[in-house]
Design a protein around this ligand. Structure first.
Ligand code: FAD
Length: 374
């Protein structure tokens, strides 16, 4: 009965009517974020996803690259093509050396107005969040921020942008039906980076823009790189050691740090340890923290609640250390060690210190972890 009612409701539900004017908009664009010539890896993640979305829609993938000089912009353009861009829109101007809202927004808005992409994707980083929100405001279009999944409803040509909501207790999927481009920012680390194909060819469009430095209200006095960049390091680390409430006291994080250092990895943790002030907020892993995809995740004293699991399930291998054999994390860990972390971690550290030097023929990760990683 309930099933029939649902069917009847679905049949009655009106199909969204898309404004025919929007048909002029075609193509999936990715804004390639760079600082000092170094591209944020989320841009490559987005190009990988853009290719999937564009294939479903039967359109092309384009990258947008801004920079101060030809050398930097051409280098990044080549990389963008190797990661899947069929076309690259370049803007080169000394005013685009370091990120500033005004010139970056103007250039991106002008490009969008001229070439009309139907989807525009950016990373959910500090820089691109700032840019995305000002571009969306000027273009008066919809922006879904901090997405963890991006798919397509082919029938409506709608971007299905999924993100956590209500403090992370629910996931919601947002569609921008009546405005173009459909804009979204995606969290770093949630989408896989495609394999680059260095032999790929693409079309380059160099777009002249008139930027008057005198009229820009912000001036860059200098560039001071953030030595910590914790969030970035955590998202890209090959090995992450996570600590939970089971490690009992903040001082025990030094053991986890020692293990992580020996493995060339990073330290993260669960929400309770962050809330207790044992660990910085940027190191929280999970639904309301970071999503990571290391080759190996070592969960120490972590029960494995669903909100933590969503942040680690893309790890290549999950190793769980817990003294409760019934802890939920053992249901999905690849390797489980039942026991007291205060015995296991120091033993691991001792073994690693001994074995590390001997493993010369293997890759860094393999050498560090002392096992073969497929
Ligand atoms: C809306 C919402 C959002 C949330 N977002 C997040 C999030 O982003 N990230 C997150 O992590 N959580 C999040 N949570 C919290 C989540 O539900 C869990 O409460 C949390 O992940 C549990 O943290 P824990 O594993 O550190 O602690 P516990 O659940 O208390 O687990 C501690 C574990 O340590 C083990 N242990 C104890 N002593 C030892 C020992 N000596 N040696 C080895 N093991 C030992 C215990 O057996 C136990 O399994 C969220 C919750 C809500 C409601």
């Amino acid at each position: 009965m309930a099933e029939n009612e649902d069917k009847a409701k679905n049949a009655k539900r009106k199909k969204p009517v898309i404004d025919p004017k929007l048909a002029d908009y075609r193509g999936v664009w990715v804004f390639v974020e760079q600082e000092e010539g170094v591209v944020h890896p989320v841009s490559w993640e987005l190009l990988g996803r853009a290719r999937i979305l564009a294939t479903s829609l039967g359109v092309e993938v384009a990258a947008v690259v801004f920079g101060a000089n030809d050398e930097t912009v051409d280098k990044i353009t080549g990389q963008a093509i190797s990661y899947g861009a069929e076309k690259v829109y370049q803007v080169v101007d000394p005013a685009l050396c370091d990120y500033r809202s005004d010139p970056y927004t103007d250039c991106l808005v002008n490009l969008v107005k001229k070439y009309k992409p139907e989807i525009l994707l950016l990373g959910a980083t500090s820089l691109s969040r700032d840019l995305a929100s000002s571009v969306a405001t000027i273009l008066e279009t919809g922006l879904t921020a901090d997405c963890t999944e991006l798919t397509i409803d082919v029938e409506n040509r709608s971007l299905e942008a999924t993100r956590p909501t209500f403090g992370g207790s629910l996931l919601c999927t947002i569609l921008t039906l009546n405005y173009r481009p459909q804009m979204a920012t995606a969290r770093p680390g949630v989408l896989p980076i495609p394999l680059p194909e260095p032999d790929r060819k693409g079309v380059i469009i160099r777009e002249p823009m008139r930027i008057d430095e005198e009229k820009l209200i912000t001036k860059v006095l200098g560039f001071i790189p953030d030595p910590c960049k914790v969030a970035e390091r955590l998202s890209t680390a090959e090995i992450v050691v996570g600590g939970g409430r089971g490690i009992k006291q903040p001082g025990h994080f030094s053991l986890l740090r020692e293990l992580a250092d020996l493995l060339g990895g990073e330290v993260g943790g669960t929400r309770p340890v962050v809330q207790a002030g044992w660990l910085d907020t940027e190191r929280q892993i999970g639904q309301t923290g970071k999503t990571i995809r290391p080759k190996v995740y070592i969960a120490v004293g972590i029960s494995g609640a669903i909100q933590h699991r969503v942040g680690i399930e893309k790890a290549g291998m999950i190793v769980a250390i817990n003294n409760d054999p019934n802890a939920p994390i053992f249901d999905y860990a690849d390797l489980g060690i039942v026991g007291d972390f205060l015995e296991i971690i120091p033993a691991l550290i001792r073994v690693l210190k001994k074995k590390r030097a001997a493993k010369n023929g293997l890759s860094n990760t393999e050498r560090n972890i002392g096992i073969e990683i497929k």
